[in-house]
Design a protein around this ligand. Structure first.
Ligand SMILES: *[C@@H]1O[C@H](CO)[C@@H](O)[C@H](O)[C@H]1NC(C)=O
Ligand SMILES: *[C@@H]1O[C@H](CO)[C@@H](O)[C@H](O)[C@H]1NC(C)=O
Ligand SMILES: *[C@@H]1O[C@H](CO)[C@@H](O)[C@H](O)[C@H]1NC(C)=O
Ligand SMILES: *[C@@H]1O[C@H](CO)[C@@H](O)[C@H](O)[C@H]1NC(C)=O
Ligand SMILES: *[C@@H]1O[C@H](CO)[C@@H](O)[C@H](O)[C@H]1NC(C)=O
Ligand SMILES: [Fe+2]
Length: 469
């Protein structure tokens, strides 16, 4: 062959350099950083006399009514409420169109926090419900009765459609109220909420003013009295305040919000699992020990092999602190837990991980970072079709405001990020497909600002990335 001319040698060099630059671009440049422009206003809490905090009228009227799943399969519901004047009845009266009125008895508890004394917090579990059935229920028997309703989930099975809402870091600001309103009016119609932690933000008040736990309970009642919210503990639930003599972590949270942790063999209410329709939902605690030999570690090690994808194709994990987060807030706070558990998530093909904590929105590619050990230096996340998508949805709207400062350039693993308040829905269609949509509060109720068709990792593990590459 003829010798390469100077010009063709230059051209070849350019191609090589260009190729290098392009491959660098693939490594360094991520997906989309939204250019959506909003008025950044201060996020302020709704005042105590706001309409959403109104105490229901009547002597000893139940307030802060909320429900959550009460067993592993969805045939039980925990009904909780607070009475103020006196304990009153622990009874829940309930019925459906097909059954006579029945009663279930529970218990009440109280707690003190510094100089705050709680009302009478009732928890009553209703069991042996029929699947896919609308039930009415009444609390406050003997004094002021209040009636609500809920619909039980369909029987657990692989092709059962079901729509989950996703809300995180809600708080009780005017923006929180917008997020909740958008969730309620979203035509996608979430049937249960997966809540990724940080509920009331009462701990931002002097002495962790627990009155703000009560206002949060009254604010959210309009949704959570009618559909279960599945709870995850966040850092604002810890309420560890030795300066106030309060040294028992999670005291207000555990008194107010019960979860069915024993049903999944857990020994503490901070990590547990439920099955609902076609989903298996594992809730983890970023603020409980998760190292080797700890109760949470041992539980999760035994838990993951129990997930039967023929029964529940969709494996969803909730936690508060995200593992993949490219904002300059809480940067790498989830890293130690990622190091412990990420290999399991890849091995067991978790479909999606939802977290909160960072007050913004971000969705990742399917990536993993499990090759690294202390000597090999292999520490860059790589595309991995066995890995979950990581979604940060800590954008509920609490008083701390938006996280707007992002690391630059956007890392390759980050598919979409935007500093706006909102919520999401995860709409399972069947064993292979689920439609995911994120809604920002500035848009119309039906608008999705970011969306993705999820392909199930067990039944349809083909690339579902939304990026062009
Ligand atoms: C608790 O103490 C604070 C000051 O330390 C005070 O402002 C507040 O009124 C007290 N609350 C109650 C319920 O006593
Ligand atoms: C909260 O939102 C509801 C529903 O949109 C509305 O009726 C209510 O007035 C709002 N309250 C506040 C304090 O913004
Ligand atoms: C998994 O679930 C399917 C469908 O319910 C059932 O037929 C099968 O026996 C289960 N497998 C195990 C190991 O329990
Ligand atoms: C964003 O965060 C980085 C890292 O903490 C900091 O150096 C930088 O000053 C911040 N930028 C703004 C505009 O706050
Ligand atoms: C599952 O749902 C998707 C999306 O709605 C649909 O395209 C697909 O045909 C469904 N699969 C089956 C087997 O029905
Ligand atoms: Fe948080």
């Amino acid at each position: 062959m003829a010798k390469m001319g100077t010009s063709s040698r230059v051209a070849a060099a350019i191609v090589v350099v260009l190729g290098f630059v392009l491959s660098l671009a693939v490594v360094c440049n991520g997906g989309k950083t939204s250019s959506f422009v909003r008025k950044v206003e201060k996020t302020v809490d709704m005042p105590l006399d706001s309409d959403v905090f109104k105490v229901p009228p009547g002597y000893n009227a139940p307030q802060q009514v909320h429900i959550t799943q009460g067993d592993q399969l969805g045939k039980a519901v925990i009904v909780s409420w607070v009475t103020v004047e006196e304990p009153g009845s622990n009874t829940v009266l309930y019925w459906s169109a097909y059954s006579k009125k029945q009663k279930s008895e529970g218990k009440f508890t109280t707690y003190k926090f510094y100089n705050y004394t709680s009302g009478y917090i009732h928890h009553t579990t209703i069991r042996n419900l029929k699947f896919n059935t609308k039930y009415y229920y009444v609390v406050g028997i003997g004094h002021t009765e209040r009636q609500f309703w809920f619909i039980t989930p369909p029987k657990v099975g692989p092709d059962v459609p079901y729509t989950f809402g996703l809300i995180g870091d809600l708080g009780q600001s005017f923006d929180s109220n917008k997020t909740l309103t958008h969730y309620e009016l979203n035509p996608q119609k979430g049937q249960a909420v997966l809540f990724v932690g940080d509920l009331s933000y009462a701990d931002n008040y002097p002495n962790h003013d627990n009155v703000r736990w009560d206002t949060w309970g009254r604010f959210t009642e309009r949704s959570v009295a009618y559909q279960p919210w599945i709870w995850t503990a966040g850092n604002h639930e810890i309420d560890f305040a030795p300066e106030l003599g309060e040294t028992k972590p999670f005291k207000p949270y555990t008194h107010r919000y019960h979860v069915p942790y024993k049903a999944s063999g857990s020994t503490a209410p901070f990590w547990y699992s439920i099955k609902r329709a076609s989903a298996y939902i594992i809730v983890l605690s970023s603020y409980s020990a998760y190292g080797k030999y700890t109760p949470q570690y041992k539980w999760l090690e035994q838990e993951l092999p129990k997930v039967n994808r023929s029964e529940t194709p969709w494996l969803i994990v909730l936690m508060h602190s995200p593992w993949y987060n490219s904002y300059n807030y809480h940067y790498m706070e989830g890293e130690t837990m990622r190091v412990m558990y990420e290999p399991w998530f890849v091995k067991y093909k978790v479909d999606v991980v939802f977290a909160g904590h960072v007050h913004a929105y971000e969705r990742s590619e399917r990536i993993s970072n499990v090759a690294y050990n202390i000597v090999n230096g292999i520490c860059i996340p790589v595309k991995d079709q066995s890995a979950p998508v990581y979604i940060t949805i800590g954008d509920g709207g609490n008083l701390e405001g938006l996280a707007t400062n992002m690391t630059e350039p956007q890392p390759a693993y980050s598919a979409y990020r935007e500093a706006s308040f909102g919520h999401a829905t995860f709409d399972i269609k069947n064993r292979t497909h689920a439609y995911y949509g994120w809604h920002r509060n500035q848009d119309g109720y039906a608008v999705t600002a970011d969306s993705m068709w999820f392909f199930n990792r067990y039944y349809h593990p083909v690339d579902d990335s939304t990026s062009a590459q």
